[in-house]
Design a protein around this ligand. Structure first.
Ligand code: 2BA
Length: 109
């Protein structure tokens, strides 16, 4: 058995969850925050049999879009004055980050 941990944008989370339930997967949706953009995203925990992993990754890939997003870090100006220059950097977020972990034991008690 595997635990698939999948991080997606909030915009794709609803559709992905709908699709997973429709296809018979069991999933848990957690609210999470990206360390770089410090914006909300969604983490899904999905427990599956080994042979379901490929199909699951395919569904995730088809459902989650790659999006361009502007990120504006603020860098300090050199010199004694406390001044900062904002500048924008484009980053590409998603479709999805997927980790597949081995499950040692699974109980429902
Ligand atoms: P964030 O950490 O907010 O990252 C958002 C996007 O910013 C990333 O998209 C990537 O394009 C860019 N980015 C992140 N760290 C960067 C850095 N140090 N330098 C330059 N650009 C950087 P994705 O790669 O699609 O990641 C989307 C979200 O998935 C991330 O949000 C984070 O919450 C999670 N994630 C990605 N890789 C991860 C990893 N190795 N471990 C844990 N979480 C991860």
């Amino acid at each position: 058995m595997k635990l698939v941990v999948c991080i997606v944008t909030d915009k794709d989370a609803h559709n992905l969850l709908e699709q997973l339930v429709k296809e018979g997967y069991r999933a848990t949706k957690l609210a999470s925050t990206g360390g770089f953009l410090k914006e909300g995203n969604t983490t899904m925990l999905i427990g599956v049999e080994d042979e379901q992993v490929d199909n699951l990754v395919e569904i995730i890939g088809e459902t989650c879009e790659v999006r361009k997003q502007l990120f504006t870090p603020i860098s300090p100006l050199p010199g004694p004055a406390e001044a900062y220059i904002p500048y924008s950097v484009e980053v590409s977020v998603g479709g999805a980050i997927v980790f597949v972990l081995d499950v040692e034991k699974y109980f429902k008690v």
